[in-house]
Design a protein around this ligand. Structure first.
Ligand code: ADP
Ligand code: MG
Length: 204
């Protein structure tokens, strides 16, 4: 299997009024179905690189971007961000930054609803994602009542329900307790063998 799903070519990025480049000539090619671990020390540019993958850079962030990022055949600098986000999902370190709905099932449905699917398909996908993340039993819970680990599972489920080509998880377990860390990693490894999604896990 040698279909390229993400192609980063000679990418450099400099934040406004920061002397040093956050990314300097990055080349990275990721193939469909790979499970990638992207490691680096704090401040090495991992989150910045992730933001170039999903188009936050350059569409929602100022700064000087050079090079090319191609996601599933789309040049991220030439297409609109909502178009990129159909192909690439993102889970951030802090679950508080990414949960918008009141209840778990609403949150998992949110992205799929935004994609304009009809109700039966939305229900099917939400049920599927809740099951895969093993959070069916808390589907009616308030997000505010959840632990950090549960919230990360909700975030992963909401991405999974959209069935993107790629899911990027940026330091997803950093803020979790050891048991939740292990659970989340176990679920990802299990998903990897079951779904046709390329995973990029960023850890420091
Ligand atoms: P990592 O995720 O590997 O910890 P980051 O991508 O967050 O690294 O940061 C890379 C570098 O860019 C660091 O030196 C950081 O201080 C700087 N940086 C990150 N975000 C911004 C920003 N919004 N404005 C200016 N500098 C930033
Ligand atoms: Mg980071």
């Amino acid at each position: 299997n040698s279909e390229t799903i993400l192609d980063i070519k000679n990418v450099s990025f400099q934040y406004p009024s920061v002397q040093e480049k956050a990314l300097n000539n990055i080349d990275l090619k990721i193939y469909k179905g790979e499970f990638i671990l992207l490691c680096g020390s704090s401040g090495s540019g991992k989150t910045t690189l992730a933001k170039t993958m999903n188009g936050i850079i350059p569409h929602l962030s100022n700064g000087d971007l050079e090079g090319n990022i191609v996601v599933n055949g789309l040049d991220t600098q030439k297409v609109e961000i909502h178009h990129i986000s159909k192909h690439i999902g993102m889970v951030f370190q802090n679950p508080e930054d990414q949960i918008f709905s009141i209840r778990v099932d609403d949150e998992v449905a949110f992205g799929v609803e935004c994609q304009g699917y009809k109700r039966p398909e939305i229900i099917k996908r939400v049920d599927y994602a809740l099951k895969k993340l093993r959070i069916e039993s808390i589907s009616r819970y308030l997000n505010a009542s959840l632990s950090g680990g549960q919230k990360q599972k909700v975030s992963i489920a909401s991405n999974l329900a959209m069935l993107p080509s790629i899911i990027v998880l940026d330091d997803p377990t950093t803020d979790l307790d050891p048991i939740s860390k292990q659970e989340v990693m176990d679920i990802l490894v299990e998903l990897k063998s079951e779904v046709d999604i390329t995973f990029i896990v960023i850890e420091h």
